[in-house]
Design a protein around this ligand. Structure first.
Ligand SMILES: C[C@@](CO)(OP(=O)(O)O)[C@H](O)COP(=O)(O)OP(=O)(O)OC[C@H]1O[C@@H](n2ccc(N)nc2=O)[C@H](O)[C@@H]1O
Ligand SMILES: Nc1ncnc2c1ncn2[C@@H]1O[C@H](COP(=O)(O)OP(=O)(O)O)[C@@H](O)[C@H]1O
Length: 289
């Protein structure tokens, strides 16, 4: 039996950093939502006990550095699984882009191996194991829309935002999340209204959501890579209702409700940006697999 799992990307509609913690991580408060841009993970049993990564993407590591490998290893070690697995990753999410592609591959591997190895674990249990792999993995285990706190691993589900299009533009640079957090000046942060964003989503108030988007990491990445600011300006000029960088970047997303405007923004961006996607917000927790 082989198991197929979908690993969707996320965007951060609001991202605040409260303080730096003694363990080196930053205490965050974020609103995250899954979008309809996904990697495909295929889990194929092996007769030996090896974890094998198969990927055609040259930016994706094919060894223990791969977050999907780490997900399989955590399950094997925790539950004494003797069986191996080949993990084939069809990569659609840009790598090192602020879209949690690697974290989502890890989360999908946890969900898929839970089935393949008949472990019977709950999503809460998988999320707890996922936190050992990365801060964004627990959110990706659940998917949907949520407020994430702690270092990002404490997840409180909320309603899905009202339907809209998300246009993503990824400049041809990768960004290191650790470097962005390192360069953040915690004392100088202008905090976005995360609670206001949650209320706007609960009210299904699209205009307020567009007003309230904010990400404290944006300024840091913009300073390191001015081309991100350029993409933001272009997206605004073409008529997006809201424009923000996702996570640590460098991907910029725009929100738009009208199909005609979507086409104009998409075509405009394609002129100078290699990777442009127009997708829907998935938003609902049960939209996985
Ligand atoms: C910025 C965000 C926003 O969703 O996403 P991405 O841009 O990576 O998609 C996340 O906070 C990223 O989460 P994730 O990519 O899982 O981070 P981890 O692997 O746990 O940590 C990578 C490094 O980032 C820093 N880090 C991460 C999370 C956090 N709350 N504080 C930190 O300071 C630490 O230096 C850590 O060593
Ligand atoms: N399955 C995976 N897919 C993509 N990148 C991965 C994966 N596993 C490990 N990585 C490593 O993680 C780094 C961050 O990748 P990714 O999760 O795509 O970005 P981000 O954390 O910005 O959302 C990459 O530079 C890559 O070397």
């Amino acid at each position: 039996m082989k198991v197929l799992v979908k690993a969707p990307a996320k965007i951060n509609l609001s991202l605040d950093v409260l303080h730096k913690r003694p363990d080196g991580y930053h205490e965050v408060k974020m609103v995250m939502t899954t979008i309809d841009l996904a990697d495909r993970i295929e889990l194929i049993p092996r007769t030996d006990d090896v974890i094998q990564i198969i990927s055609q993407n040259r930016f994706v590591p094919d060894d223990h550095r791969n977050l999907a490998y780490q997900a399989a290893k955590v399950l094997k070690d925790t539950f004494g699984i003797k069986q191996g697995v080949a993990i084939s990753i069809t990569k659609n999410i840009p790598v090192a882009a602020g879209l949690a592609g690697g974290s989502s591959d890890a989360a999908a591997t946890l969900r898929g191996l839970n089935k393949l190895w008949r472990l019977g674990l709950t999503l809460d249990e998988l999320a707890e194991l996922g936190a050992q792999i990365g801060s964004d993995v627990p959110f990706c285990v659940y998917g949907g829309t949520a407020v994430a706190t702690g270092r990002g691993e404490k997840i409180m589900p909320i309603s899905s935002p009202p339907p809209c299009w998300v246009i993503l533009a990824k400049p041809s640079i990768g960004v290191s999340t650790a470097e962005v957090y390192r360069n953040l000046k915690v004392g100088e942060i202008q905090h976005p209204d995360v609670d206001g964003m949650v209320e706007a989503i609960e009210r299904q108030d699209y205009a307020a959501i567009c007003q309230l988007v904010g990400n404290v990491l944006e300024e840091v990445t913009l300073k390191m890579h001015p081309e991100v600011a350029h993409i933001k300006e272009q997206m605004k000029r073409f008529g997006a209702d809201a424009v923000l960088m996702s996570g640590s970047g460098p991907t910029v997303f725009g929100l738009v409700q009208h199909d005609s405007r979507l086409q104009r923004i998409y075509n405009g961006l394609r002129g100078f940006c290699d990777q442009v996607f127009a997708v829907r917000i998935l938003g609902e927790q049960n939209s996985l697999d």
